[in-house]
Design a binder for this molecule. Structure first.
Ligand code: PMT
Length: 398
């Protein structure tokens, strides 16, 4: 979604300016046209050449510099921008934004732009906690700026505290959230599930499966990037919370069922990418089952079938994880669970299915339609599913 987007990346004078180089590189690799604007102080930490080399575009820094075409048209960047991102944003720069000052290229750009502005503060913890900075950030939020909060950790001052520039992935997530605000799913609530549930056998052991959560997370991010209000209900996974997505972390199928039921009122669609365990231990041990030199049996009971159970007027999308007879098995599930769409994937493939960043799926719909998609990223699969969801919602509305 960043392809061809014009992003102004403002860099102000913090030691974290070096991390802006990584951000500029990642945004450029994602296809964005990144125009870097540096404050004078920022150029003390990183040279403009670093950014020019990474973005292949000139760096704007001097309002009156003879070397810059922008010296005569210093609001040009502000007008062309789809989004302005200031990372790192120092306490001084934030104070200038809050006051509406325009004494350098960056403050002029921010004051002149009608594009959304994202600021990612980075500074010493005491400066961040100072009432002046707290007040300035509150003022900027009130005016519609998006603030990507700094993290806690080791600071250049030698202290540990709040003030570390947020990770590039978090800042890019905020960019996508802001750019997608008016997408085709704006105003829609979408509930997505992800990951493999864990059913306890005893306090130590669980029944689970090989789902990494990547498929569900990718759908949630794709829906967010199209403007949806997304609730992601996930079984245990090491994946980071996507920016701008409401997270519910659960463990068992029953917990997932309860979370789905709680999230569904008012939702337009449910997309169940989670690999929900089909069985749970009938009576999980209260203490650890001891090893004995004889056969051990565990009595299993079926878990609730979430997709088949949930009621309401929303689009239902299920997945079918199959090792054989992909399409017939998936169609039988679509019918049995009264789904609008089922996304079938062969979980024996080496390059797709569980854990991979990619997937190869066949989408089957209620009208008998069947669409086989080639191998593509899970994010792209998510978008193809959401194209179908958007079309179904449009046909219901019409
Ligand atoms: O997480 P990744 O590593 O990225 O892997 C992705 C994936 C392979 C897990 C994903 O693409 C996938 O196929 N998810 C569905 C896995 C699954 O449980 O399939 P199933 O055929 O057993 O179930 C059919 C549908 O019913 C699924 O939508 C499932 O969420 C749902 N279900 C299943 C059991 C149950 N008790 N309740 C349910 O709602």
């Amino acid at each position: 979604m960043l392809k061809g987007k014009r992003i102004v990346l403002g860099v102000s004078g913090s030691i974290a300016a070096y991390k802006a180089a990584d951000l500029a590189s990642k945004l450029t690799q994602a296809g964005a046209l990144v125009d870097v604007v540096m404050t004078e102080a920022a150029t003390r930490f990183v040279t403009p050449l670093t950014f020019t080399s990474l973005t292949h575009r000139p760096v704007a820094r001097d309002l009156f510099g003879a070397d810059s075409e922008l010296s005569v048209e210093h609001v040009a960047l502000a007008q062309q921008a789809d989004v302005v991102v200031v990372a790192p944003a120092t306490a001084n720069t934030l104070a200038k934004f809050a006051q509406g000052l325009a004494d350098d290229m960056l403050t002029c750009t921010v004051l002149a732009t009608a594009a959304p502005v994202i600021v990612a503060p980075a500074m010493d913890g005491h400066m961040f906690d100072n009432p002046a900075t707290v007040h300035n950030l509150a003022l900027l939020k009130e005016r519609g700026f998006t603030v990507v909060d700094p993290g806690v950790g080791y600071l250049a001052s030698g202290l540990t505290g709040v003030g570390r520039l947020a990770d590039a992935s978090e800042i890019i997530g905020a960019v996508k959230l802001v750019l997608g605000r008016d997408g085709d799913l704006a105003g829609r609530r979408i509930v997505v599930t992800a990951g493999g549930t864990q059913e306890p056998i005893d306090p130590v052991r669980v029944i689970t499966n090989r789902s990494s959560g990547k498929m569900g997370f990718a759908i949630a991010e794709a829906a967010r990037d199209r403007g949806a209000d997304v609730t992601l209900i996930t079984a245990p996974t090491p994946l980071d919370d996507p920016v701008g997505v409401q997270m519910v972390r659960v463990a068992t199928a029953r917990e997932m069922r309860d979370a789905v039921e709680a999230a569904l009122p008012g939702a337009s669609a449910l997309v169940m990418a989670a690999a929900v365990a089909d069985y749970e231990a009938a009576s999980p041990g209260a203490s650890k089952i001891k090893k004995k030199n004889r056969r051990l049996s565990i009595d299993l009971l079926p878990t609730p079938d979430i997709l088949a159970e949930v009621k309401g007027d929303f689009i239902r999308v299920g997945f079918a994880a199959e090792s054989d007879n992909l399409v017939p098995n998936a169609r039988a599930k679509l019918d049995r669970k009264s789904l609008d769409l089922i996304v079938a994937n062969d979980i024996t493939a080496d390059d797709a299915g569980f854990s991979s960043d990619n997937n190869r799926v066949v989408m089957l719909d209620r009208a008998g339609g069947e669409e086989a998609l080639p191998l593509m990223s899970k994010y792209e699969v998510g978008n193809r599913i959401l194209d179908r969801v958007a079309a179904l919602l449009a046909s219901r509305a019409g």
